[in-house]
Write a protein of this length. Structure first.
Length: 146
């Protein structure tokens, strides 16, 4: 096989070096869209929101690990930092937060993201108004990973 040909079953667009289609990956969006904060506010909002959640987790005992991960997800969705992939990245961030915040005596769990989209969006909107993750945490159940 030639070194310039993509491996069998791989599209040419996805082969490293074939095109620079992913140069924006992992970078904050630079244009205004109909959701999320203004592009120039993304870094500050992310830092402020996540620092606030980290402080609350360290200094209060009113949220469960499940609720903390949901709050991290909802805050990041609210900010909408990327051009594409916000859903995937915020769900992964929530799962990682949940795993990190769980106690050693708990069965490791992640979220079950298979929920009714309409109910999910309505619950996200209510979170935006009140910053209370309870409703979302009830809608998005946890599931053990082992």
């Amino acid at each position: 096989m030639s070194t310039t040909s993509p491996p069998t079953g791989t599209c040419a667009r996805c082969t490293p070096g074939s095109r620079d289609i992913w140069t924006w990956g992992g970078k904050y969006r630079r244009r205004e869209i109909n959701i999320g904060v203004a592009p120039e506010q993304i870094a500050v909002e992310l830092r402020s929101s996540l620092d606030g959640l980290r402080y609350r987790w360290a200094h209060t005992a009113d949220w469960t690990a499940h609720q903390l991960g949901i709050a991290v997800h909802a805050e990041t969705v609210r900010i909408h930092p990327f051009t594409d992939g916000n859903g995937r990245s915020t769900r992964l961030l929530a799962d990682l937060t949940l795993l990190a915040a769980q106690g050693l005596d708990e069965t490791p769990a992640v979220y079950d993201w298979d929920v009714d989209k309409r109910l999910y969006i309505e619950a996200l909107r209510r979170y935006d108004q009140h910053r209370d993750p309870s409703e979302l945490a009830t809608l998005i159940a946890g599931r053990p990973i082992i």
